[in-house]
Ligand binder design. Structure first.
Ligand SMILES: Nc1nc2c(ncn2[C@@H]2O[C@H](COP(=O)(O)OP(=O)(O)OP(=O)(O)O)[C@@H](O)[C@H]2O)c(=O)[nH]1
Length: 730
């Protein structure tokens, strides 16, 4: 298993144990040879940036560029916005690949998993490293499909900046909002790239407006498009007042020219650009005091005299402060606008030293990632992204530290600092990277190995896959003993099934896909129970009285309370056993065996005979709570999903008619260019196999996004149908 590793070093010093200067010459030579052996020259890859012959200096520069020249960035967006295509162009223009890969032909660098190439979607993030005009860029292409949200989050926490890619004909879409929120959470500075400017319906203004309205972000328009949709030819660089046009005869887009806008040849465009530049200067001055002083002091009379570099430096600062987002445009597919995007990445997104990471990590074996190829490297300076192998106990979301004691010491130090600052500062939080939020799985199904003898192999495969992807949950059904997979969606489970076959050589069988329901109770019930058992010569005797009731506010875990009559001394020895007993019984509700939610349990009395084991206390509490839950009025809760469907006007009616039959609740129908966007809620149970139905209904022209909204009570009729089906009555 490969682990994505971000090396953080206090004060950005090198890690001494991995320092290249500590290596003897022959070891460096060996590394060079190894480097050449592992370089993926097979497909279209150029040699690695900077590596010319057996040149030790260039090896050093590959591994250790100055930290100010490093950019660790991610590419994120709604599904199909064009992240992978953009990444492919970036790799080509930076000289990393020698030909252009195509998502639709299944030969891109970053979508290297077989499932990605077959389906034309990104599932797993891929990291690549390349150089651009003296900068080292470590780039991660992340998936856009909602089933793989966790994959995006695990990348965001190690990045210094991100490029948000938009389909210029659609603007902000459902998953854009999700990834944007994730980037907000991890405080990632961003730039926006309005892709697909060549597509019918593409609209620069519409996309910019949707950034303003839906993302509540302040767009800084660094470019204006020249033409739109079929007429899209290039763009204007607002800061330098230059026109960037691509030579129509240059197939690969390498050939483009930058021309100053002139009063004689482009009077209209020049006027528009001057207005846009002035507006940009005012906007940045509003957000950055240093720049405001400069503008008001020296250049208030004539903004034209303001040097481009001053404006660019100020834009860098506001991007870093995340008070605004630079916006660029282009068409990755038609090879337009990628080189300026690369310039903007190096110019506006921060270097690692501009971000606040303040702790040390140490590791033994390091690899530089090039999508599915890796090169072993002897050392790395802080601020880089690398891979390491062989860590047996790490899972996605872990932070690797040099030692527990140094982390604790750093945390204590930070706490003291925090206290000094009157407890206002949250320094302690800086010690650890924010954890990844693991979404709740909404689907599950049983999985069986081809024979009982293969069960250990299946367990091993699932254990490894879970370490990579904590949104995959695995449990054993206590009644049937079967292994159950719980995932984020149909596609997620399908991909896991496929990976078990391809990567672990195991042909497994999946049971029917089922919805992850929950249960709750509607009234208060009391129950008492006594457990009296003699094991050997020891008597175990417990008597408990509990009350179960619905909670007022939503709570996934059971709320546990103790009546005053239950003595504190008694609780000291038994509290853990009691709470274990309650939690275990709440994992399997009385109706469907689904987890209980919104339930509070009060322990009213507890009598324990001396010498009774904690296991017996747990067992008695479990049984008593179960009794109370069974007596209560019960309710099944089903996952309710947020649904967003984008469909052309012609197919709106059949889509709406179909949704009505699926218990869909339409909230809003928006108009987005030539498309209608249907926004609403629908129970997940009604959405099994929906992608096929939607494709048939709309001749493949519609797309949809589904995300868990909440759990809602099922109506009595649907609930009884479900219970009958589960008990085999219908
Ligand atoms: N017209 C047009 N189509 C594009 C452009 N960029 C990408 N596409 C097409 O859009 C589709 C999706 O492109 P991808 O690059 O796979 O998009 P993605 O965002 O990586 O997709 P996921 O990783 O699955 O979320 C493909 O059919 C591309 O050929 C563009 O600039 N213009």
């Amino acid at each position: 298993m490969l682990t994505n590793l971000r090396i953080f070093v206090k004060n950005h010093q090198k890690i001494s144990s991995l320092h290249i200067n500590n290596m003897c010459f022959c070891k460096i030579r060996t590394s060079l040879k190894r480097l050449k052996l592992h370089v993926p020259l097979g497909r279209n890859y150029s040699s690695l940036p900077g590596l010319i012959g057996d040149d030790i200096k260039s090896l050093h520069s590959i591994i250790n560029p100055p930290i100010a020249k490093i950019r660790n960035i991610g590419i994120m967006a709604h599904i199909d916005a064009g992240k992978t295509t953009t990444t492919e162009r970036i790799l080509y223009y930076s000289g990393y690949t020698r030909s252009l890969g195509d998502v639709d032909d299944g030969d891109t660098v970053t979508d290297f998993m077989a499932q990605e190439r077959e389906r034309g979607i990104t599932i797993q993030s891929a990291a690549v490293t390349f150089d651009w005009k003296g900068y080292r860029v470590n780039l991660i292409d992340t998936p856009g499909h909602v089933d793989f949200t966790l994959e995006v989050e695990r990348c965001l926490r190690v990045l210094d900046g991100a490029v948000a890619v938009f389909d210029a004909s659609a603007g902000v879409e459902a998953q854009t909002l999700t990834v944007w929120r994730q980037a907000d959470k991890h405080k990632i500075p961003r730039i926006c790239f309005l892709n697909k400017m060549d597509k019918t319906g593409a609209s620069f203004n519409y996309a910019v407006e949707s950034i303003r309205e839906k993302l509540k972000a302040k767009p800084l328009l660094l470019q204006l498009p020249v033409g739109e949709a079929k007429t899209f030819k290039g763009m204007v660089d607002v800061i330098n007042k230059e026109k960037l046009l691509w030579n129509p005869n240059s197939g690969d887009g390498k050939d483009f020219e930058r021309k100053p806008l002139l009063e004689t040849s482009d009077p209209e465009l020049l006027k528009e650009t001057t207005e846009a530049r002035n507006a940009l200067i005012e906007q940045v001055a509003d957000l950055d005091d240093e720049f405001a002083d400069l503008v008001l002091g020296e250049f208030s009379e004539n903004f034209d005299l303001l040097p481009a570099e001053k404006l660019q430096t100020a834009i860098h600062r506001v991007t870093l402060a995340q008070t605004a987002v630079p916006v660029l445009c282009g068409s990755a597919l038609k090879n337009k606008g990628i080189q300026p995007l690369l310039d903007a990445i190096t110019m506006y997104l921060p270097s690692p030293e501009e971000r606040n990471y303040e702790f040390l990590e140490r590791i033994s074996r390091l690899l530089l990632p090039f999508a599915d190829q890796h090169i072993e490297i002897p050392s790395l300076t802080s601020g880089n992204i690398a891979l390491t192998v062989g860590l047996k106990h790490t899972v996605t979301g872990d932070t690797i530290v040099s030692s527990k004691s140094s982390t604790l010491a750093a945390a204590r130090r930070a706490e003291r600092e925090g206290e000094k600052k009157h407890k206002q500062s949250n320094e302690a939080e800086k010690i650890l990277l924010a954890g990844v939020e693991i979404p709740e799985p909404v689907f599950f199904c049983t999985i069986e190995p081809p024979s009982v003898a293969k069960q250990p192999d299946l367990d091993h495969a699932l254990k490894c896959l879970q370490r990579e992807d904590p949104s995959l949950k695995v449990r054993v059904d206590p009644d049937s003993g079967q292994t159950v997979l719980c995932g984020m969606g149909e596609l997620h489970i399908e991909i896991i099934h496929d990976r078990i076959k391809r990567e672990y050589g195991l042909e497994t069988y999946l049971g029917p896909l089922q919805i992850a329901y929950r249960e709750t109770i509607l009234n208060s019930v009391r129950a008492t129970d006594t457990l009296d058992r003699t094991l050997g010569d020891k008597r175990h005797l417990v008597t408990v009285e509990v009350e179960t009731r619905p909670t007022e506010t939503s709570s996934v875990m059971p709320v546990i309370e103790y009546a005053e009559s239950v003595g504190e001394d008694l609780l000291k020895v038994s509290q853990e056993a009691i709470e274990n007993g309650i939690r275990s019984v709440c994992l399997q509700g009385p109706l469907l065996g689904s987890p209980m939610q919104d339930v509070a349990i009060t322990l009213h009395s507890l009598i324990i005979h001396p010498g009774t084991s904690t296991t017996m206390i747990s067992a008695c509490v479990s049984r008593c709570v179960q009794k109370a839950l069974k007596k209560a009025n019960k309710q099944v809760l089903e996952p309710l999903m947020n649904l967003e469907i984008t469909v052309t006007k012609d197919y709106l009616s059949p889509v709406l008619a179909d949704l009505a039959q699926r218990r869909g609740n339409i909230q809003e129908i928006q108009t987005r260019q030539d498309n209608k966007v249907v926004i609403g809620f629908v129970p997940l149970a009604e959405m099994m196999g929906y992608s096929t139905v939607l494709r048939t209904l709309t001749s493949g022209s519609a797309t949809f996004a589904l995300e868990l909204s909440t759990y809602q009570a099922m109506n009595p009729q649907d609930q009884s149908t479900l219970l009958n089906r589960r008990s085999g009555l219908t």
